[in-house]
Design a protein around this ligand. Structure first.
Ligand code: ASP
Length: 306
C-alpha cells in the first residue's frame, strides 16, 4: 500500500510536507490532513485562511471548514464561525455524530466553546488595515477578489481517503454568507472506494455544479482523477458561460482511491502533491481548451501567494 497528499495553493506547501511526514510514519489520513490544514490556519502570512483571514463587510473574520472520512462517509462542517483557532479541527470533531454534523454561526461557536476548542481572535493588524482600506469600495471589487481555500486530500497506507477544507471565504462577504467550502459535495467529498475531491474558487459558482461530488462520480464512472477533475470544472464553466455569459474562477483537486492525482481549473492554479515515492512538489495548472495541463514549478519564488 502507499500514501499520498494533494493540496491547494502555494500556501499549503509546508502543510503538505507536515502531512507527508506524518503519513510516512503511519499516521491516519484524518490526522495528517488536520495537521496539514492547521499549519495554514495558524500562519498569519496567508490572508485567506484562519489567523489573519479575510474580513467580511463588517470587519469580522468568519471562517468555514469541512471534513469527510471516505471509509464511513461521515462528515462534519462549520460555517461562519468566529473566534476559534481551527475550523478543520472543529469540523472533524463533528463528523463522529449521527446528527448535527453541520453547524453555523452562534451554534457552531457554542459547540466549539462547550467542547474546549481553542479560542482565537483571527483579526490581525494586516487584515484590519486591508479591510479599512477597501471596505467602502465593494462596487469596484471583481468577484470579491482575494480569496483562496486550503483544501487537503489525503490517503493513508491502509487505503483510507479523507477530504478537508478551511477558508475565510470571499473578502468583504456579507456577514452570514457561507460559500461552497463547508458544503459537502460542493467544497469537498471523499469515498475511499472511489476517490476524493475538493474545490476552491468562487463558491457561488462551485455550488451550482456540486463540483466535488461531480468529480467523484466521474471517477466512479471509470474516468481517471485527471479526466474527472477537468471534466467537472470545465463542463461547469461551459454550462455557466452558456447560460449566464461567464463563469468565475473555479479550481478542483481530485485523487483516486490509489492516490493518483488530477486537477481541473479555469485559471492559473498552483497545487501541491506528495506521496511515498515523491517529495512535496509545487505544480502550476492552467486551462488548455477543455483540458487542464500542469507542470512542476522549478522556481518556487516565482509563484506568488496572497
Ligand atoms: N470557495 C471559497 C468561497 O467561496 C473561496 C475560495 O476558495 O477562493 O468561500
Amino acid at each position: 500500500m502507499s500514501w499520498s497528499v494533494l493540496s491547494t495553493w502555494k500556501m499549503s506547501l509546508e502543510g503538505c510536507r507536515i502531512a507527508a511526514q506524518q503519513l510516512a510514519k503511519g499516521a491516519t489520513a484524518a490526522d495528517a490532513l488536520v495537521a496539514g490544514i492547521e499549519n495554514v490556519e495558524d500562519n498569519p502570512k496567508f490572508c485567506s485562511v484562519g489567523f489573519g483571514g479575510l474580513p467580511a463587510r463588517d470587519g469580522h473574520v468568519y471562517l468555514d471548514g469541512g471534513f469527510m472520512d471516505g471509509d464511513t462517509l461521515r462528515f462534519g462542517a462549520v460555517g461562519s464561525i468566529e473566534g476559534f483557532r481551527s475550523p478543520i479541527r472543529i469540523a472533524r470533531s463533528l463528523s463522529v455524530y449521527k446528527f448535527n454534523n453541520f453547524l453555523v454561526g452562534q451554534g457552531a461557536e457554542a459547540y466549539a466553546k462547550a467542547h474546549g476548542f481553542e479560542a482565537r481572535d483571527n483579526r490581525t493588524s494586516k487584515s484590519q488595515a486591508r479591510w479599512e482600506a477597501e471596505k467602502d469600495h465593494t462596487q469596484d471589487l471583481v468577484s470579491y477578489d482575494g480569496h483562496d481555500t486550503v483544501c487537503f486530500l489525503t490517503r493513508d497506507d491502509a487505503g483510507t481517503s479523507c477530504a478537508g477544507v478551511s477558508t475565510s471565504g470571499l473578502f468583504l462577504k456579507e456577514p452570514g454568507r457561507v460559500g461552497d467550502s463547508p458544503v459537502i459535495g460542493s467544497g469537498f467529498y471523499a469515498d475511499s472506494e472511489i476517490g476524493s475531491a475538493a474545490a476552491t474558487g468562487v463558491g457561488e459558482e462551485i455550488m451550482k455544479g456540486a463540483l466535488s461530488h461531480t468529480a467523484v462520480l466521474y471517477m466512479k464512472a471509470g474516468f481517471t482523477a485527471q479526466q474527472a477533475a477537468e471534466r467537472a470544472v470545465l463542463e461547469l464553466d461551459a454550462a455557466l458561460t452558456r447560460r449566464n455569459g461567464s463563469c468565475n474562477a473555479i479550481s478542483l483537486i481530485a485523487m483516486d482511491r490509489d492516490g493518483k492525482f488530477g486537477v481541473g481549473t479555469n485559471i492559473v492554479f498552483p497545487f501541491v502533491y506528495a506521496s511515498d515515492t515523491q517529495e512535496p512538489t509545487l505544480y502550476l495548472a492552467q486551462r488548455d481548451g477543455m483540458r487542464t495541463v500542469y507542470e512542476a514549478v522549478t522556481d518556487i519564488d516565482s509563484v506568488v501567494q496572497d
